[in-house]
Design a protein around this ligand. Sequence first.
Ligand code: NOJ
Length: 743
Amino acid sequence: MINTPVQHSESARLEAKVDSVLKRMTLEEKVGQLNQYSGFWDITGPTPKEGQAAKKYADLKKGLVGSMLNVKGVKDIKALQKIAVEQTRLGIPLIFGFDVIHGYKTISPIPLAESASWDMEAIKKSSAMAAEEAAAVGINWTFAPMVDVGRDARWGRVMEGAGEDAFLGSKIATARVQGFQGVDLAATNTILACAKHFAGYAFAEAGKEYNTVDVSETVLQNIIFPPFKAAVDAGVSTFMNSFSQLNGIPATGNNYLQRQILKGDWKFNGFVVSDWGSIKELVNHGFAKDSKQAAEIAINAGSDMDMESSAYVNHLVSLVQEGKVKESVVDDAVKRILKLKFELGLFKDPYKYCDENREKETVGKPEFHAEVLDMAKKSIVLLKNEKELLPLKKTAQKIAIIGALANDKTSPLGNWRIAADENTAVSVLEGMQNYKGNQITYAKGADVIIGTTAFVLETKINMTDKSGFAEAIAVAKQADVVVMVLGEHGLQSGEGRSRADIGLPGVQQELLEEIFKVNPNVVLVLNNGRPLAIPWAAENIPAIVEAWQLGTQSGNAIAQVLYGDYNPSGKLPMTFPRSVGQLPLYYNYTSTGRPVMDEPDSVFWSHYIDEKNTPLYPFGHGLSYSKFEYSNLVLSTPSFAPGGRLLASVTVKNVGKVSGKEVVQMYIRDLVGSTARPVKELKGFELIELEPNESKKVDFIIDQNTIQFFTANSKWEAEEGDFNIFVGGSSFTTLETSFQYVN
Ligand code: NOJ
């Protein structure tokens, strides 16, 4: 679909246009361009204090605002744009940002779920659809994609990312950026993308939200940076920094991250927005004594736009006058912002995103529903399928559906869906009822939690209430198959939702065990925004379907997979642990000095005395109703030298009875390195489709780029030596061979 990224113009003509505006600006007006306010209606951070709305309006009229977030709908956006364009001295248009994270009103699966598709075209399409819908309501900038590599399922925001792997994460970052931005920013259906949160946020200690981050340069360069770099290479227009500290320096005031790496080494020429209030939070970090010093540190460190701190608008003018910030630093930030306003075409037509008819025709159009349904089906991962329970038979079955989440039309929308209306997702119950051949009975069993708004979690429902158990048990007893929909409510993951216990919330685990006692034919459908630790279910329940939070068409997608009208092909983008105590847990760990027990019953090796080392379900895992056999892993040559390459080929055959898709995965181990190397790293994958009995040869190219890493020389290099190569349908691969790189 879209193959070339947006090319940001470096033309002298554009530079001249930007300069001509800059020349006419007062220092106050320049600082105004760096100021971003939230709208006065929806908020995505701590509530603004009373009286702030009036101040914001006044600032807007004075030309002291460059961008607004959280304003939606053509009517409101047009009204604010009108003030900027018609009532300020220079009439510079605003850009309107919004968290279009997985759809605007028509909601696609949460990003972690979409990542489970490993289908880059589908992901790109999903972001393009979100851009089209958002652009139709006046929005021209999304705060997405979040490209933070996450290894700790306690952290609630793993739902927003692409999982634990830098390679997969980089491909997905590219797909999402290209999807949002299209090939032409001046079109009316594309918007600016924003790679966030630069950098390290997902490595918050103990998985606790906003917590301190302390990581080595090896991890930073090899694991955390690559998806951000991929976003830059894909032409991403903006970056957002992070709330967190990185090795003692808060990201928002971090010169190394923003000036040295991003704007220096990577030559990023877009602008960096702070996170919500993160400039003034430099004071809480103990990194600035007051908001004025915070502004000084942040702008000098490369944060161009201030989201909701008011630190720039209040202090930057005097900081320049006092000589603490050079005016050229302010100019550089302003130019970056003005340039994108020109690229969007806002100077030509500030209302180009404000067409009421387009808004009416576009929002929620049927094609979007077909697209989010398709994406939702591709995101489902079949974790386990024994006793041939799945696919379900279509006729003459009594099916019990149990669990509050089965009848929930809001939870499947997940977190970060602030423009979607409550109760607009297709529930599992509704999806299943579309199939008329079976008799369906529903019982709630137990509640999970209810959320009233995206920011307040109401726990009014007694989470220990088991009064619904008896009815659920009675219904289960009568059934041929029980479909239990359990897991997390859509608002139990996302920002501010770290969990110390990642099992099934409330009494759902007990409910599952009680039902299993009376009817072992249980299909467990999981709804969740993070990997869950469900060791009992993994051992006892015959069929488990990972259905995340799948968005507007959730119930239809789940029903079509359960009935076999769609053959699942998703693969886990994040490891599922056995217990929270194993976290952080990820497949590409480095070996310890004592990886295995070498004396009987010794305790002196790297392990727990009360838990296995292995995950519950590994990264890359996912079953299908087809069965795939891997054979014949061969290399075109046993070694290669700089400039050379080799081809690794494998044959995959569908030995099952139905056609299906498989993600063929290729991993590499660099046996000896100047820094300890991971036991396995994903270096290639291909999504293929095979008819029964059909086989296909899949080729992977391996060259210097494939094996290079950030070495002890602090450079990206390929080091000479021996490598293992593994191929299979998950990170627990089946085939292995080896090659050499000779320098
Ligand atoms: C805070 C979040 O960390 C960020 O990801 C989001 O874009 C902003 N709030 C704006 O809502």
